[in-house]
Design a protein around this ligand. Structure first.
Ligand code: COA
Length: 260
């Protein structure tokens, strides 16, 4: 994989790990991170050896402390709109055809929280802190925060985070459903890898279609969602992996899914 300036990418078996690597700036997302991360996602999407992606930040202090505030200077409404639409990193993650896990290892603020929200699962360390602090800069979330956060934790809690900009701790984030699990920092990577490896053994096409169906739930009404679900479910019946899964169950052995 190419050399990048602001991110690193590592493959461990069927799991890829994308690390935002600007620890001196608490991994703030500048435009280079957006461009480089989008490039990696495009490559990993086509790489059949990768079944699950983990996204994290370098160091133990911060996952991502938000959009790079320095880049806000000099932006006009038009250039800012274009930057956010063109970069589209969050939407790329949302639509990435493989499960994506945010491994949140510290500050998860603003665009960092929006990055985590675009992922499918969020696992964090006990020192993680979450906020949408844009209001303190006289602006508001622009990378999906008002929408994805509200879908995930509900209007009242989302409103409080967005209107106050206050940080919440890891235990609160778990209680309100913002994160799936919390671990001591020294266990975060091991536990996240265990989860990623478990998912990586499942049937890739069924994973992709499951992700699509679950994401569709917050974008449609119940009838449309149920119709979409049954269509996607039926597609699973065209796969070799479905034959393998059923055969393995009947033969009392572990299935070996090929993504076909
Ligand atoms: N954009 C650009 N730079 C950022 C940044 C951001 N979102 N968040 C942190 N940094 C930089 C700081 O400017 C500092 O750089 P410097 O050493 O060149 O001065 C470096 O990262 C370390 O941050 P610092 O503020 O010194 O660490 P801290 O432990 O005192 O505070 C935070 C940590 C997260 C509370 C504080 O950095 C902060 O409030 N950051 C902004 C968060 C935010 O508003 N994000 C949403 C943006 S829309």
């Amino acid at each position: 994989m190419s050399n990048y300036n602001t991110i690193t990418v590592e493959k461990r078996g069927k799991v890829a790990i994308l690390t935002v690597n600007r620890p001196d700036k608490l991994n703030a997302l500048n435009s280079t991170v957006h461009v480089e991360a989008v490039d990696v996602l495009d490559k990993l999407k086509k790489d059949d050896s990768v079944r699950v992606l983990i996204i994290t930040g370098a160091g133990e202090k911060s996952f991502v402390a938000g959009a790079d505030i320095l880049e806000f200077e000099g932006q006009t409404p038009v250039t800012q709109r274009n930057t956010f639409q063109e970069a589209s990193l969050f939407n790329k993650i949302d639509q990435f055809p493989k499960p994506v896990i945010a491994m949140v290892n510290g500050f998860c603020l603003g665009g960092g929280n929006e990055l985590a929200l675009a992922c499918d699962l969020r696992i964090c360390s006990e020192n993680a802190r979450f906020a949408q602090p844009e209001i303190n800069l006289g602006i508001m979330p622009g990378g999906g925060g008002t929408q994805r956060l509200t879908h995930l934790i509900g209007e009242g809690r989302s409103m409080e985070m967005i209107l106050t900009g206050d940080m919440i701790d890891a235990a609160t984030a778990e209680k309100i459903g913002l994160v799936n699990h919390v671990y001591p920092i020294d266990q975060l990577e091991t536990e996240t890898m265990k989860l990623a490896e478990k998912i990586a053994e499942k049937a890739p096409i069924a994973l992709q279609l499951s992700k699509e169906a679950v994401k569709f739930a917050s974008r449609s009404n119940l009838d449309e969602g149920l119709r979409r679900e049954v269509d996607l479910f039926s597609i699973c019946f065209s796969t070799e992996d479905k034959k393998e899964g059923v055969a393995a169950f009947l033969e009392k052995r572990k299935p070996e899914f090929k993504g076909r």
